[in-house]
Design a protein around this ligand. Structure first.
Ligand SMILES: *Cc1c(COP(=O)(O)O)cnc(C)c1O
Length: 367
């Protein structure tokens, strides 16, 4: 049996005619940027999240940058995020002119440890970027309370968390702003790059909206220094179609994860579980084992695709050696980097395939 890590074609085929019709609609209209598909998507995604303003942009990385610049981050301002995240979180902070400051993660969920924030606070701290990693919400009440007391801004990195909930509230609705990615493999994936900023704050939205198109207030008049970060009409049209079954596909992800939980009970591996406050959107199903490299190689031989999210924490990446950290700075993130392994999980994954994946894991550990 062959179980790929991800199968985007399996997600396209059941909806091929609807998606292809949406693309055609754009091709024949002859309007390819900043048109009615984008504004339609922005309105519909706002309704889905329950937030007032949505701005489509070119990527999730840009969405974080635009949100931070929208809330006024300027050079020298410190922005706190976690050592265990995807590099774009930190790249976006740098692109906004911020100085990344890292904290460790909580050992159970591998998301931001709120207790670590106090140690990262300086007079220059401006914002916090909690990352709802793997689709699991961070402990937001503690993070928001810390931000309130110290007058900091909060931008949620929701790149992996479309459909996740924290104590019943949707991820993306709790901070001053949030950033979504629609990279093809994400829970809501485009057929190319795309992202969005969501916020209830009029000021943040209007600044970010200008910065998205070179700081333009009206055509050829520029109030702010900006960038070019547009979501094209084809991506917006595709996302409008896929948004109509996003909730359903998150439910399917959760059902697949629950099945893995069941199949893996009393096995030699430990799934990164849900905290009592969280309803994960299961962008990824992550297990931990000290024998990760050997297990991954064994599964590869058995035709099972896996990935590691992430093998190297931010502070140990070559590109970020200039940050003031070293081996040992973030022990929880460092231990996780050696042990985590993501199993195949995508809408359309069959129970047979899941049983095969788990049987292969059990076989590796000797039945
Ligand atoms: C994917 C991702 C991003 C960046 O999104 P892009 O659309 O690839 O720019 C940011 N943060 C996290 C946690 C991600 O997983």
């Amino acid at each position: 049996m062959d179980v790929p890590f991800l199968d985007l074609r399996a997600q396209h085929l059941p909806h091929a005619s609807e998606i292809e019709a949406a693309i055609q609609r754009v091709l024949y209209r002859g309007w390819y940027l900043m048109g009615e598909e984008l504004s339609g998507f922005e309105t519909e995604f706002a309704a889905w999240t329950g937030v007032e303003h949505v701005l489509g942009c070119a990527s999730g990385t840009d969405a974080i940058t635009l949100a931070l610049r929208g809330l006024g981050v300027s050079p020298g301002d410190e922005v706190v995020t976690v050592a265990n995240t995807c590099v774009p979180t930190v790249a976006a902070i740098r692109n906004a002119g911020g100085t990344p400051v890292l904290v460790d993660v909580d050992a159970k969920t591998l998301t931001m440890d709120p207790a670590a924030l106090a140690g990262a606070l300086t007079p220059k701290t401006y914002a916090i970027v909690p990352v709802h990693l793997y689709g699991h919400p961070c402990d937001m009440d503690s993070i928001l309370e810390f931000a309130r007391v110290h007058e900091l801004h909060v931008v949620e990195d929701c790149a992996q968390a479309h459909g996740a909930r924290y104590r019943g509230r949707r991820c993306g609705t709790m901070g001053h702003a949030a950033a979504f990615s629609f990279y093809p493999s994400k829970n809501l994936g485009a057929y190319g790059d795309a992202g969005a900023v969501v916020t209830d704050n009029e000021n943040i939205a209007s600044r970010a909206r200008k910065i998205r198109v070179y700081g333009e207030s009206e055509r050829y008049y520029h109030d702010l220094e900006g960038i070019n970060s547009r979501m094209d009409e084809i991506q917006a049209a595709i996302l409008r179609v896929k948004l109509t079954w996003l909730d359903e596909s998150v439910d399917e992800r959760r059902a697949i994860a629950k099945k893995y939980d069941e199949l893996l009970s009393e096995s030699a591996v430990t799934p990164v579980g849900e905290a009592e406050w969280g309803e994960s959107a299961y962008h990824l199903y992550v297990i931990r084992t000290e024998r990760r490299e050997k297990l991954q190689a064994f599964l590869r031989e058995r035709g099972v695709g896996t990935l590691i999210h992430y093998p190297v924490p931010i502070h140990l990446q070559e590109a970020y050696r200039f940050l003031p950290y070293e081996q040992g700075s973030f022990p929880v993130a460092e231990a996780a980097a050696k042990e985590v392994l993501s199993l195949p999980l995508y809408p359309g994954l069959t129970e047979d395939a899941q049983e095969y994946v788990v049987a292969s894991i059990r076989e590796f550990f000797g039945g």
